[in-house]
Design a protein around this ligand. Structure first.
Ligand SMILES: O=P(O)(O)O[C@H]1O[C@H](CO)[C@@H](O)[C@H]1O
Ligand code: HPA
Length: 306
């Protein structure tokens, strides 16, 4: 059997067709792509002059099935900057092949996106972390990848990127610094952290032994997303910035009565939504692009507005 037959991914031409379908219907040419994590879809609501598509109407797009993920692709401007925002993402545990859950990253690329900002909700493994902290990702542990489940497996199309992409620079260091600078100006330094995110397949939350193991391995937070998207985004040359909202403390102690649950994850998202939106929108305002086609006259430079 030719390996292509076993590859559940989309061809370059299929991705191009989806991107062209979108480009034919919107005038906005985004340089920034944003992915909203569980309960963090409010980010998409901040966009002005919105043109939105339900995922079910976009050719080749999967559907969102998880509560807290609306399932809309929203084009618009954020502080005068052209953006496209996934209001809801796809996860491995929804049953999609890994190449499908990461399809939107290749669509972003073909829309002209240069920088991807990914957000997620995650459980805190680092004992210094508190619920409500925002962790800037400096690196990741890709557990499904250790078992061969990597979205880049299968035939490699060089039009997207190289066969063996480097991941030691997966999370752009200038964007990490920008997040801390903007966060300091907003007065958020007390709850901004930098750490390592570990992705698991889900949907079951982790056992106590698993949390202890992940912490020992160097993970500061655990979740079920983001890493696959980063692999595909980096493969095709987009810069990545990712943050985790620590929505719950991972249970590390057999005496604990705490139980991880999705409702708590969504509730914490609501509590920090406003700060997260301010942080992301002010970052977007300051990100420099080679091909800046945004209208600077519309810039909203007030750090407290969003
Ligand atoms: O990573 P996001 O999409 O924010 O969602 C997180 O929240 C869900 C668990 O409550 C999981 O899907 C986990 O990955
Ligand atoms: O504790 C968690 N574990 C995995 N994924 C999560 N997403 C939010 N919290 C968690």
């Amino acid at each position: 059997m030719h390996p292509e037959e076993g590859n559940a991914g989309y061809s370059y031409e299929e991705c191009r067709a989806t991107a062209d379908w979108l480009l034919a219907q919107v005038d906005i040419r985004p340089l920034v792509g944003i992915v909203c994590g569980s309960g963090l879809g409010g980010l998409a609501e901040m966009l002005k002059d919105q043109v939105a598509f339900n995922y079910k109407d976009i050719p080749s797009f999967p559907q969102s099935t998880v509560h807290g993920h609306a399932g809309r692709l929203v084009f618009g401007t954020l502080k005068g900057r052209a953006c496209v925002c996934m209001q809801g993402r796809f996860h491995l545990y929804e049953g999609y092949p890994i190449q499908k859950i990461t399809l939107p990253m290749r669509i972003f690329k073909l829309l002209g996106v240069e920088t991807v900002i990914l957000t997620n909700a995650a459980g805190g493994l680092n004992q210094d972390y508190r619920v409500g902290d925002i962790m800037i990702l400096k690196d990741h542990l890709n557990m499904p990848g250790f078992a061969g489940n990597n979205p880049l497996a299968g035939l490699n199309d060089e039009r997207f990127g190289v066969r063996f992409p480097c991941m030691s620079d997966a999370y752009d260091r200038d964007l990490q610094q920008l997040a801390f600078d903007v966060g300091a100006e907003l007065g958020y330094s007390d709850f901004l952290r930098k750490g390592v995110y570990c992705v698991l397949g889900g949907p079951s939350f982790e056992t106590i032994a698993e949390c202890r193991m992940l912490h020992t391995l160097g993970a500061d937070a655990v979740g079920m997303s983001t890493v696959h998207e980063v692999l595909v985004a980096r493969h095709c040359g987009m810069r990545c910035f990712a943050l985790s909202l620590i929505t719950n403390q991972a249970v590390m102690d057999y005496e604990s009565e705490e139980k991880a649950n999705h409702e708590e994850v969504l509730e914490t998202g609501k509590l920090r939504a406003e700060q997260l939106e301010r942080l992301v929108s002010n970052m977007v305002l300051r990100i420099q692009h080679n091909n800046n086609n945004n209208n600077n006259e519309d810039d909203d430079n007030d750090i407290n507005s969003y």
